[in-house]
Design a protein around this ligand. Structure first.
Ligand code: PLP
Length: 392
């Protein structure tokens, strides 16, 4: 028996454990200080009323002989797929029901989709990046090329005709940088992918945070994208489903590679290896897309975006360079005085009792940068910004 020794090529991630260790050491030393975390990538507001009500009803239904459901369709119940179809229709994107696959979140599908692609493909991934894209490809032993996201390109790398890749990862709004592609920029990526016969894996986990009309919330707003892109969406950040688990992946019928439909391959993969999202959760997810559900989740998103605005305003006043914070819950700042990411982490903890996430943990181009998150509560954000304004 031999193991998949590609796993031995994975780098251990000490990012969040090192943060936790440093914070607990600081708290032990200064028990009287209140440390505020702006480092979290998880949501803090509860599920909205409409979602809770729908899930309660689904539980009751499951307790009756008529309403009980066993195994459901692996790719999701029709009622939820219809709700997703209408969500896209509102943006003039028409989808067929069979192009929508309900998932237990974007992370699983982003990793699992690689099952349908050959190991021999070359992958193009931005740096800094959400680590899942890199690690899942290392596990499969694929060749990875990195594209630099940096201050010069506002952390939005653009295609380079000299680089040939088969699988391209794009994430907009981006985690960790909060940067968002506009229509022209995304069009350049779609044109490039069509030109070189590549597939784009488009991570739209934060689409609901986009406010600017010029920034697409779906890659299918760009002409030709249905021929070259798979889109991954999640209710985690949109509707507080990080613990509830539900998302959806769009695999258009027009995706034909090697004379084969990717939609068919993905359906085969899912029906073989996945047994669907629980009925109760799918009913909760359906409620997100109702008029009332949309109103309620938009209130929560507005709350996080106001936090982001408060953080951005403070950084602007201090003359600190940053991206994100406008169409995204993340703010990505340049560490002042040429400090490294971890130097700034220590400095901020000791001088302002604020915890953030060192950019170096997301790739080499993250060094010298720092991520702040707006998922905390308002009072903490205001206090943290008052403190940060006083540091030199
Ligand atoms: N994609 C990005 C960019 C994320 O930041 C996250 C979660 O933090 C995910 C996907 C995973 O989302 P889910 O909770 O749907 O698995």
């Amino acid at each position: 028996m031999q193991i998949n020794d590609n796993y031995l090529n994975l780098k251990d991630s000490y990012l969040f454990s090192t943060i936790a260790k440093k914070v607990s050491q600081y708290k032990e030393k200064y028990p009287e200080k209140k440390v505020i975390s702006l480092g979290i990538g998880d949501v803090t507001l509860p599920l909205c009323e409409t979602v809770v009500e729908a899930m309660k009803n689904a539980v009751l239904e499951m307790g009756t002989k008529e309403g009980f459901r066993g195994y459901g369709p692996e790719q999701g119940y029709g009622f939820l797929k219809l709700a997703v179809m209408n969500y896209y229709k509102d943006r003039n994107i028409s989808l067929d029901e069979n192009e929508i696959f309900i998932s237990d979140g974007a992370k699983s599908d982003l990793g699992n989709i690689l099952d349908i692609f050959s190991q021999d493909n070359t992958v193009l991934i931005p740096d800094p990046v959400y680590p899942v894209y890199v690690d899942t490809n290392i596990m499969a032993g694929r060749k990875i090329l990195y594209m630099d996201a940096n201050e010069e390109n506002n952390f939005l790398p653009m295609p380079d005709k000299n680089i040939k890749a088969d699988i391209i990862y794009l994430c907009s709004p981006n985690n960790p940088t909060g940067a968002v592609y506009n229509k022209n920029q995304l069009k350049a990526w779609v044109d490039y992918a069509l030109d070189c016969g590549a597939i784009i894996l488009f991570d739209a986990a934060y689409e609901a945070f986009i406010q600017d009309k010029d920034c697409p919330r779906s890659i299918y707003e760009i002409e030709g994208a249905k021929k070259c892109a798979i889109e991954f969406c999640s209710l985690s950040k949109t509707a507080g489903f990080t613990g509830t688990r539900c998302g959806y992946t769009i695999v258009p019928n027009a995706l034909i590679f090697d004379n084969t439909s990717l939609n068919k391959l993905w359906l085969r993969r899912q029906t073989t290896k996945f047994n669907g999202v629980p009925y109760i959760i799918q009913r909760g997810a359906e409620a997100v897309f109702t008029e009332k559900g949309q109103k309620e989740i938009k209130e929560n998103i507005k709350y996080y975006l106001e936090n982001a605005r408060i953080i951005s305003e403070t950084l602007s006043k201090m003359g600190i360079w940053f991206v994100g914070g406008k169409n995204s819950p993340y703010i990505w700042l340049k560490c002042p005085n040429n400090m490294s990411s971890w130097e700034f982490f220590d400095y901020l903890l000791e001088n302002a009792n604020i915890v953030g996430t060192p950019g170096a943990g997301f790739g080499k181009n993250g060094e010298g940068f720092f991520r702040l998150s707006s998922f905390g509560n308002r009072e903490d954000v205001i206090k943290a910004m008052e403190k940060i304004s006083t540091i030199k």
